[in-house]
Design a protein. Structure first.
Length: 420
């Protein structure tokens, strides 16, 4: 589940004025919405909410599993299987069919919710003229000249957003409640933007040849990110993410600890979860990570209620630098980490968010014995930790959705053996 795949987001530059959805397409969407609503009312969904909440509160609960095939959803729900032809209707249909697959077939612990989320129509400017998410080339050629950079901005089209919300409420009237709920970013770790501006090889040279230039750039990114947070707060554009919201690099936001006690209906950063990571700098020595990255992340982290830290980087090599940050709650334990070492470090004080190797599902053949062995290894090494196991990051599952279903079944069987 990626930052480009948030529910309902429509970029202003590509917004289609024609929001007509035919009656036939409305009928398709309503039938799918009815199935989602029926799934959401099952007792098991309420039980899963409790388990996620207990885990996020660091209370005793069995380990939880999530399987999100990400880019492989196109193999589970192919484009040619969709009944709708209108662009927005097809997008909504695909989302509903994903919910149904999760609820009827996947077998993991993701909660099917009784609502349909719609996001804002908006336009975003980036840090410079060539730093959009689709531009692969580093754009800052002179580290000593930041004059061409600018803080990110977000401009929302309130009228267009109202149109889409109204359309969704028409389509799903008396079927699914429609909620305007937006995630504005994936990670606030700063180094994704750093890499877009300088690239990894240049960055590594910069540390040796122009360390002050790196500090100046990181300070600019920090200040720009803080400015964006303040803008979103003041404009009332934040949405709470304390329910079935996908947060961090895996897991969900279910918690009673957020929003803050003084919350009065308008979400602020301190009412929210946020993700920070620095997977792009995983080759950095810990002391360099501390100096050039972490010291700039900390002031941004302080703005939020709870923090998820890490993605694919080797957290076992960096944890000693992070463990005293008070609002970190969920920690990514990726395939590059020492699982036993991380369990010893995290104990019962953090959510141990374990990421199995995605090759288990994306290899040429699916080895069930290897999958079972891996789950057992996780359960043995992370015993005593609030544990979630997040299977994700797949470019392909070789057109075989049964792999994801089988992995969930194996994980549930092994959890049942270890946690009776």
């Amino acid at each position: 589940m990626n930052d480009h795949d948030q529910p309902g987001n429509v970029a202003l530059d590509t917004h289609v004025a024609d929001l007509t959805i035919s009656q036939a397409e409305r009928d398709v969407l309503r039938r799918l919405g009815e199935r989602v609503m029926a799934l959401s009312t099952r007792q098991i969904e309420a039980e899963k909410k409790v388990l996620w909440t207990r885990t996020n509160l660091l209370q005793p609960a069995r380990p939880l599993i999530l399987c999100d095939p990400e880019f492989s959803w196109r193999e589970i729900i192919p484009e040619d299987s969709l009944a709708c032809t209108h662009g927005l209707a097809r997008h909504w249909e695909h989302r509903l069919r994903k919910e149904i697959f999760w609820g009827e077939k996947m077998g993991d612990d993701r909660v099917v919710e009784s609502r349909f989320r719609v996001g804002w129509v908006f336009k975003r400017t980036y840090w410079g003229p060539d730093t959009s998410s689709v531009n692969p080339q580093p754009s800052l050629t002179d580290l000593n000249d930041l004059s061409g950079l600018q803080f990110q901005t977000i401009t929302v089209d309130r009228d267009a957003t109202t149109e889409i919300v109204h359309l969704a409420r028409e389509v799903f009237d008396r079927v699914l409640p429609v909620k305007l709920r937006q995630q504005w970013y994936w990670s606030l770790g700063l180094t994704r933007e750093l890499m877009k501006l300088r690239g990894f090889e240049r960055f590594m040279r910069d540390i040796k040849e122009n360390p002050q230039g790196v500090h100046n750039l990181m300070a600019f990114l920090r200040d720009g990110t803080l400015d964006l947070i303040t803008f979103l707060e003041n404009a009332g554009l934040y949405s709470l993410n304390n329910e079935g919201d996908y947060i961090g690099s895996g897991g969900f936001g279910w918690t009673t600890q957020l929003p803050a006690k003084d919350y009065q209906g308008t979400a602020r950063a301190k009412d929210l979860w946020a993700l920070f990571e620095s997977q792009d700098t995983k080759a950095l020595a810990p002391e360099l990570f501390d100096e050039f990255v972490l010291q700039y992340q900390k002031p941004v982290m302080e703005r939020f209620g709870l923090v998820c830290y890490g993605c694919c980087e080797p957290m076992s090599e960096r944890w000693h630098l992070l463990k005293n940050i008070p609002n970190i709650r969920r920690v990514s334990v990726s395939p590059t980490c020492d699982r036993a070492k991380m369990a010893a470090e995290l104990q019962d004080k953090y959510v141990y968010s374990c990421r199995p190797n995605p090759a288990i599902l994306s290899a040429g053949t699916f080895d069930e014995a290897a999958a079972r062995k891996d789950i057992r290894d996780i359960l043995e090494k992370a015993k005593g930790c609030p544990l979630e196991i997040i299977m994700k990051d797949h470019d392909t599952i070789h057109d075989d959705p049964s792999r994801a279903v089988a992995w969930c079944k194996i994980a549930k069987e092994e959890i049942g053996r270890y946690y009776k």
